[in-house]
Design a binder for this molecule. Structure first.
Ligand code: AMP
Length: 392
């Protein structure tokens, strides 16, 4: 991708607007997972070394164009101060007079974080005058919010009309890793998809099927696949309207690995009765909530043979510890294979949570900070926030 990298501009003592993805979980005013903040540090550190004036902007949650205090970025400023061990200024808006003043008062080598962009409805509407106001705050723009580049918003697309614009280090790394999967993966290439819905993953299945030797389908989406092959799925998740799509993949049936057995329960609740099925069928009244031991062995074999692995989506209702074994085993097996030389990419909040929970996130080759964006990238779509950046 021939997009300008931010470090190719002369940023020495310049003011730089950086779109970061600080959409992090916050509980009682405290950031509970700082992965996304930590991932933005290399770009921020580079700009500090250049003695630039650093103006950070981000969204947080879905306040839908109004001020919702629980979505304020103020706790993130505190977390960033802690991580960088230096002061971070914060201003309670992202455009307007108070922001201009705060930007003017911010000296070079200092950081100013703006309030949540989505407190203004104009952000998600990609409103031109809002984008222009954002652009008026700096001399350069760096896009580092991979998790937001699949959206055409003012801070991802609109602003690039008003400033020389390039990709930050986080975005560069995301593009490099995901492009490797699409363009030159080492084979065998194994894709593992889980999560609730087939509909979210149709395009990625279509694009990755020809490139992968095998695709493992697990989680809630696997029951629609099993139903399409004539198995009984009891009361498990089903997307009836996707059965025809699944049948259309029949030509590639040998590449698609479905669960061989399941953990089933009568009720999706902690402590409710659960059994392992004998085979792929699930009896009436039972719900599939995790893959079973035979399936784990099947996936282990595929993972240990693979040279390239992409994983998105949990293989069961992993939020309930009794139903998390398949997802946790998958996280551990991918980490193990990576240590032995495979190239692994994991995307999606749930899969990353499973990696963190199992303590093996550090072993993965690339953890994508954007679940939706990484899926759209792998669907082969052009992402508007990347397209909008200057060409090299
Ligand atoms: P997604 O956002 O599509 O990746 O789906 C993630 C959700 O899928 C998680 O909240 C899981 O609890 C859910 N999920 C995974 N496996 C199952 C299953 N067998 N039945 C119901 N939900 C599931």
């Amino acid at each position: 991708m021939n997009k300008k990298k931010f470090q190719s501009f002369n940023l020495q003592e310049k003011s730089v607007l950086v779109r970061v993805d600080f959409n992090v979980p916050i509980k009682e005013g405290q950031v509970t997972d700082d992965t996304r903040i930590v991932s933005s540090l290399p770009t921020i550190q580079y700009l500090l070394d250049k003695r630039a004036k650093i103006i950070l902007c981000s969204h947080l949650g879905r306040p839908k164009g109004t001020i919702v205090q629980k979505y304020s970025l103020e706790p993130v400023a505190k977390k960033l101060e802690f991580l960088l061990k230096r002061p971070v200024r914060f201003v309670k808006d992202c455009i307007g007079e108070s922001v201009k003043k705060a930007v003017n008062e911010c000296p070079s080598s200092e950081i100013l974080l703006l309030e949540n962009l989505r407190f203004h409805p104009e952000e998600e509407k990609n409103n031109e005058s809002f984008a222009k106001e954002l652009g008026s705050l700096a001399q350069f723009f760096a896009q580092d919010a991979f998790g937001a580049v699949h959206r055409a918003h003012a801070s991802t697309v609109g602003v690039t009309k008003f400033l020389p614009s390039g990709s930050g280090f986080l975005l560069q790394n995301e593009i490099l890793a995901l492009q490797k999967l699409l363009q030159n993966p080492e084979h065998p290439f194994l894709t593992i998809l889980g999560g609730a819905k087939v509909s979210d993953k149709i395009n990625v299945i279509q694009n990755l099927l020809p490139k992968s030797e095998s695709i493992v389908i697990g989680g809630g989406m696997s029951y629609t696949f099993l139903k399409a092959q004539g198995f009984q799925i009891g009361n498990s998740l089903l997307e009836e309207e996707k059965i025809n799509f699944v049948k259309s993949l029949n030509g590639s049936k040998s590449k698609i690995a479905l669960p061989l057995d399941h953990l089933v329960t009568e009720k999706i609740d902690s402590g409710s009765k659960a059994n392992i099925t004998q085979d792929q069928n699930i009896a009436q009244g039972w719900i599939g909530v995790d893959i079973g031991p035979k399936t784990i062995l099947q996936i282990e074999k595929l993972i240990s043979q693979a040279k390239t692995i992409f994983w998105n989506g949990p293989l069961g209702v992993f939020e309930i510890p009794e139903f998390s074994s398949g997802t946790v085993a998958c996280a551990k097996m991918i980490a193990q294979a990576t240590k032995k030389g495979a190239f692994s990419v994991v995307g999606g909040g749930d899969s990353i949570a499973a990696l963190n929970f199992s303590g093996c996130a550090k072993d993965i080759s690339h953890i994508s900070t954007g679940g939706g964006a990484s899926l759209e990238f792998l669907e082969g779509k052009a992402l508007p926030g990347i397209e909008a950046l200057q060409n090299e």
